[in-house]
Ligand binder design. Structure first.
Ligand SMILES: Nc1ncnc2c1ncn2[C@@H]1O[C@H](COP(=O)(O)OP(=O)(O)OP(=O)(O)O)[C@@H](O)[C@H]1O
Ligand SMILES: [Mg+2]
Length: 238
């Protein structure tokens, strides 16, 4: 029997008060994949991430990590189980140095592994190495994005969830973030990335799932999506 996906979302409904936002979301990310979760403004990408991270617990359905259910647990236990969530508002501790921000994120992974250390982070994020003693609040938006990704990796997660990492950043910084995600992918990091920026995703993802109005409307390998004009036009307004 093959191994279960690292992350699986099954038949998940999420409500905010009386309004239903997600309708039976199904999603699976296998080890080593970079899955793009695509959809327009308000499609439900961030809500899907919050459902996975335990911040917006599903009313129906399940979230499984390597086959074991994590839904229903509080966010800190979901994180401890191996889900590394980088929310869209990229929070750093502004009055602390880059290095302190990294150290705060350090913990062993779910099986006790400590693959990610500050030394390793500085190898993969050379930009941060040169800034290790700078206050995080002094970094640019793109540098803060890199720092939040690096800090999350310091927790040695089984999967990295990135909510719109390219949002609001200048094109040259978007390219740098894209290069970084490709490097992580080549290192074997499993990634789920929410994006509206279709071109960015075509360059970094191996697979794509498209959601619209809280429902999955398409899921395939990235090359198949690239060739599917109907889906690109209809849901992604390319
Ligand atoms: N706290 C909340 N209370 C009520 N409705 C909410 C709340 N947060 C989000 N919504 C609604 O849920 C829907 C999905 O929002 P969500 O943030 O998941 O979309 P998104 O795909 O991440 O969009 P974007 O690309 O703009 O980030 C939207 O209609 C939004 O208005
Ligand atoms: Mg969002």
């Amino acid at each position: 029997m093959s191994a279960p996906p690292i992350l699986e979302v099954r038949g998940t409904d999420v409500f905010y008060g009386a309004s239903q936002i997600l309708f039976g979301i199904d999603l699976a990310v296998a080890r080593g994949q970079t899955m793009a979760l695509l959809g327009r403004n308000g499609a439900g990408k961030s809500t899907t991430f919050k459902a996975i991270a335990g911040i917006a617990p599903p009313r129906r359905g399940q979230v499984l990590l390597s086959g074991a259910p994590v839904s229903g647990r509080p966010p800190y236990l979901v994180a401890r189980a191996g889900i590394g969530y980088v929310p869209e508002d990229r929070q750093v501790f502004p009055e602390h140095t880059v290095e302190d921000n990294l150290v705060v994120g350090a913990k062993a992974g779910p099986r006790g592994d400590r693959h990610w250390t500050t030394a390793r982070v500085y190898e993969v994020f050379p930009l941060l190495a040169g800034m290790r003693h700078r206050m995080a609040g002094r970094l640019s938006g793109g540098e803060q994005q890199m720092l939040t990704i690096a800090r999350t990796l310091m927790g040695n997660p089984d999967i990295l969830l990135l909510d719109e990492p390219s949002e609001g950043l200048a094109p040259i910084i978007v390219r740098a973030i894209g290069d970084l995600i490709r490097t992580l992918r080549e290192m074997g990091v499993t990634i789920l990335i929410a994006e509206q920026n279709m071109h960015f995703c075509l360059g970094v993802a191996t697979h794509a799932t498209v959601i619209d109005k809280g429902q999955v409307v398409y899921s395939a390998g990235i090359d198949e999506l690239r060739g599917n004009d109907a889906i690109l036009q209809r849901y992604l307004a390319v």
